[in-house]
Structures are given as C-alpha cells and as structure tokens.
Design a binder for this molecule. Structure first.
Ligand code: ADP
Ligand SMILES: N[C@@H](CCOP(=O)(O)O)C(=O)O
Length: 309
C-alpha cells in the first residue's frame, strides 16, 4: 500500500557503544544520548530537513542511511511512499564508534513501522533482524533497539532463516560511562578490514575467559570490569589507526579505569561506578571531549499522527 500523504512518524534512538573490550561483535550498551527524527509521507519528492552532527556531510538523496533503511523497511512490510520529508536533529557524532550508523538504520526502520503500521506496537524483533543484517553485526543495532546492555548474536549458518538472538542483561546498579570523543574520525568499514581472519589459540582462550567475565562484571560485580574488558581480538590490530585513542585507553587502564575503544573507535569509553570513574580525573585527556553518560533506553516510536495515523 502507498502510505497516505500527511502521515507522520517520530522516533528517538540512542547512541551505542559496542564491544566493551572483550565482547567483540556481541556486546553493546545503549547510552543516554539520542537522535530524534521524523518522517512525513507526501504526494511526491524528497525533502531533507537536517541539523546537528553530520548534517552538512550526509548525502541528501536515496543514499541517506535513514532514508535507505526506511525504504527497505517499508518494502519488507509490503508498503511504500510516493514522497517523503525527513526531519532529523542529530546529536550522535558520526564515525567515532558511537553507533551513529546503527542508530540511523534502527531509526529508519522504526519510522517505516510507524508510517506503515500506525496502530501496532513497534515489533522489536523485526527491527533487530533487519538492522543487524544491514549492519552485518548485531552488537550496536540490538543495543539501540533494546536499550541498557545486551548480548546478541546471529547464527553461523548463513543459509538459515535470518534471526538475531538477543539477551537483555540487567546492568549492575550505578553503572556509568564516560565517552571521550576525539575530533578525528575512523570509518567502521575500514577498521574491520585490518582484523585478521585467524588468531592464536591462547588469545582465543583468554578472550573467551574475559568475555564470560564481562557478563558477570556488567551485571553483578563492576570491580571485575578492568580484567573483563581486556581485549586481544580487535583493539591491538586497530591501534595504529587511532594511536591517540589507544594511548588514552592504556593510560586509563594503568590507573585502574576499565577503558576500551568504543565500537570500532576512535572514541574511548570508560566504564564503571562513579568511584571507579573518578580515577580518570588524574589522566590527561587532551584532544578528547568528555561526555559523562548513564545507560540509555532503546528506540522509541514517540508518535504517529496525520491521515488516520
Ligand atoms: N543520522 C544519520 N543520517 C545519515 N547518515 C548517517 C547517520 N548516522 C550515520 N550515518 C552514516 O554512517 C556513517 C558512519 O558510520 P560508521 O563508519 O559505521 O560509524 P559509526 O561508528 O558512527 O556508526 C556516516 O559517515 C554516514 O554516512
Ligand atoms: N563490533 C563492531 C562495532 C562497530 O561499532 P561502531 O559504533 O564503530 O559502528 C566493530 O568493532 O567493528
């Protein structure tokens, strides 16, 4: 069906931090840091009303990530639009490892759902599946969908029906983060290319131990976060692409702060209770802007209105 002109959907979607050190491609946190977007179905044409982060850089055509995801979502639901106005105020910085692309994809899908299914609650499983497929890894996408802390994976059998498994974790009370955001950018696609196909068995064993401990540390015992966030699978291979970030992670960890590269970088995420995070105050953070953040909520379809929406 063609969505009637005048129907408007509005959504809010969080920034996310994937990996958390040892949880490469499977652990993610939603942050209390959001983009808000609105889509209005029209009789024809494409209009972008964009402000904030990346507004001057993103393509204003079919390649716009939110629009592309919205169109894919509508097609999956068997619907379409004759035209569209897309309004976005972005606060999540792009290409810094804070899940801006996952947020854009999840937002596009939630907008599609709001336009096409105005009377039905957003199907989070549907958003998980399409957004994780589009991203190619489920860690930030599912964190942006569910909020809080998640453990997520996709089946290894690529011929199997596409599904995403998500476990919503209950974070230990008082868990906070500081996102230390540099001015330089790293594209996630580039940062994935430098990863080796195989790793030594001892590294794999250590990583398995750390990632198992990570679930325990996040949910039960934040005192274990420093050991649990130790990583051998991605950060060492990416360090040269983001030397200032790698050096800041090392300096923070040396004073006992559980610091990691957020997603594919170059933002540094320090994770812990307020007492643990206070240790970061003695470490020079030159070249980085500190954003203290609590954990955030998942995507919200805030409103659908117009044309019997
Ligand atoms: N809100 C948005 N609107 C349009 N495009 C976006 C938006 N957010 C991210 N993108 C696209 O995604 C790219 C960044 O993706 P990526 O390299 O995966 O970094 P990140 O770690 O921020 O997700 C941007 O260069 C831009 O093309
Ligand atoms: N597991 C992915 C996470 C990418 O996160 P982003 O926020 O940088 O898009 C990876 O490490 O490649």
């Amino acid at each position: 069906m063609v969505i009637p002109a005048g129907r408007i959907a509005r959504v809010r979607v969080p920034a996310t931090s994937a990996n958390l050190g040892s949880g490469f491609d499977c652990m993610g946190l939603a942050l209390d840091w959001y983009d808000e977007l609105e889509a209005e179905a029209t009789d024809g044409g494409l209009v972008f009303e964009l402000s904030g982060e990346g507004a001057e850089q993103v393509p204003r055509d079919e390649r716009h990530l939110v629009l592309a995801s919205l169109v894919d979502g509508l097609a999956d639901l068997g619907d379409g639009v004759a035209g569209l106005v897309l309004r976005a105020h972005n606060t999540i910085p792009h290409s810094r490892g804070l899940g801006s692309s996952a947020a854009a994809i999840v937002a596009g899908l939630a907008l599609a759902w709001g336009l096409a299914r105005p009377d039905r609650r957003l199907d989070l499983g549907w958003v998980d599946r399409l957004s994780s497929q589009a991203e190619g890894h489920p860690d930030n996408a599912t964190a942006a969908v569910h909020g809080g802390a998640v453990l997520a994976w996709m089946p290894d059998d690529l011929d199997a029906a596409p599904v995403v498994e998500v476990v919503e974790l209950t974070p230990a009370s008082g868990l906070r983060a500081i996102a230390l955001v540099p001015t330089f950018e790293v594209l996630t696609s580039g940062a994935r290319k430098v990863l080796p196909d195989d790793v030594p068995r001892l590294d794999a064993v250590r990583q398995a131990t750390r990632s198992a401990l990570l679930v325990h540390a996040l949910t039960t015992d934040p005192a274990r976060l420093l050991e649990a966030t130790d990583d051998l699978l991605h950060q060492p291979y990416r360090a040269e692409m983001m030397r200032p970030s790698a050096d800041l992670v090392a300096a923070l960890r040396a004073v006992g702060v559980a610091a990691v590269i957020s997603g594919a970088g170059p933002t540094v995420l320090a994770l812990g209770t307020p007492d643990q995070l206070a240790l970061a105050e003695g470490v020079s953070q030159d070249g980085f802007v500190a954003h203290p953040v609590a954990l955030g909520c998942g995507v919200e379809l805030l409103e659908v209105r117009g044309s019997q929406g």
